[in-house]
Design a binder for this molecule. Structure first.
Ligand code: PEP
Ligand code: MN
Length: 337
């Protein structure tokens, strides 16, 4: 349920109500809005709880949350959630651009591409140090050394770092180096991993599983939010369909649909979504046109030599041209990029 507090409620009121909700066996999540504060209470509701809260002098009203995802729902928070960390802002009219190679490949390579994507307009650097590969024989990433190199690239360029974490055991390690923790598509329903990134306080970029419904996607986000981490970025990266002309099928209606259902910012990954570099510029512009709050794009100084996902990777000039088009679309929509 959502407990809407009267305007100008103070901290001692919030503390008193959250303590009471805990006594009643519920989990309170305080959501501070521009106009008023609400407390989203999750967990099993006892008989009489609603009536008690409705009678409280500091409570304006108590509403049920109809959606299965509670904290992620628009019902809980009307204003968009904006995620801001270092150079990266996503949401609330600002389009974030996360770019870089699929995998961190070496020191010189990551420093060079970080400088190139920054010059082209990226606002964050991506690069996998722990790589979830379909084959166990494929390159698995540079692991901790890769994280160190990402941190060095941030030091050199000022770009915030987005990188994947694959297991709960590595959350603390990855969080030490990264600004945003990426949960890969293959791990969208790894509930222990979702809880582990929910327990730490860095933002999380959650990729949609290739066969997950939107409801499953939002419930996965809810696992993170329920642990108290409200900085979740949703990422549409394409789903598996009968179609084979592209690597995945990129369903852009996801963006305006999610916008109606959730306050969380929404990013599109046209690189994995298509698997084909020549399609990435158009689908990036289309993503901005349908309201995406950000893009995550694979860029490499020499895509043909990229150790992973070469076929979908742009070179820096193609990336720069893509952003120039996207910026025109963003301007037409009154957004900044
Ligand atoms: C990636 O971003 O390189 C990646 C592995 O993406 P996904 O989890 O969407 O396949
Ligand atoms: Mn990739």
């Amino acid at each position: 349920m959502i407990i809407v507090l009267k305007p100008l409620s103070n901290q001692s009121t919030i503390d008193r109500l959250t303590r009471r909700l805990e006594e009643l066996g519920m989990k309170p999540h305080v959501i501070v809005g521009v106009e008023r504060t609400v407390i989203a209470a999750t967990g099993k509701e006892q008989e009489g709880t609603q009536a008690e809260l409705e009678g409280d002098t500091d409570v304006e009203k108590v509403l049920p949350i109809l959606a299965p995802y509670k904290i992620a729902s628009r019902e809980t928070r009307k204003e968009p959630t904006v995620v801001q960390t270092g150079s990266l802002t996503i949401g609330g009219g600002t389009i974030g651009v996360i770019a870089g190679p699929c995998s961190v490949e070496g020191e010189a390579e990551i420093l060079e591409i970080a400088r190139l994507v920054k010059a082209a307009g990226a606002t964050a650097l991506r690069g996998g140090a722990f790589k979830p590969r379909t084959s166990p024989y494929a390159f698995q990433g540079m692991k901790e050394r890769g994280l160190e190199l990402l941190a060095a690239a941030r030091e050199a360029t000022g770009l915030a770092v987005v990188t994947e974490v694959m297991t709960p055991h590595h959350v603390e390690l990855v969080a030490r180096y990264a600004d945003v923790l990426q949960i890969g598509a293959r791990n969208m329903q790894n509930y222990h991993l979702l809880q582990a990134v929910g327990e730490q306080r860095k933002p999380v970029l959650l990729k949609r599983g290739p066969s997950a419904t939107i409801e499953e996607f939002l419930l996965a986000a809810e696992y993170i939010l329920d642990q108290g981490n409200l900085q979740v970025i949703l990422c549409e990266r394409g789903i598996r369909t009968f179609e084979t002309h592209t690597r995945f099928t990129l369903p852009l209606a996801t963006v305006p649909y999610l916008r109606e259902k959730t306050h969380l910012p929404i990013v599109v990954d046209p690189s994995h979504g298509t698997g084909i570099a020549s399609l990435v510029p158009s689908m990036s512009a289309a993503s901005v046109a349908c309201g995406a709050d950000g893009l995550i794009i694979e860029v490499h100084q020499n895509p043909a030599k990229a150790v992973s996902d070469a076929a979908q990777t742009l070179n820096p000039a193609q990336f720069e041209a893509t952003l120039a088009t996207c910026r025109k679309v963003a301007t037409a929509l009154g957004k900044s990029m």
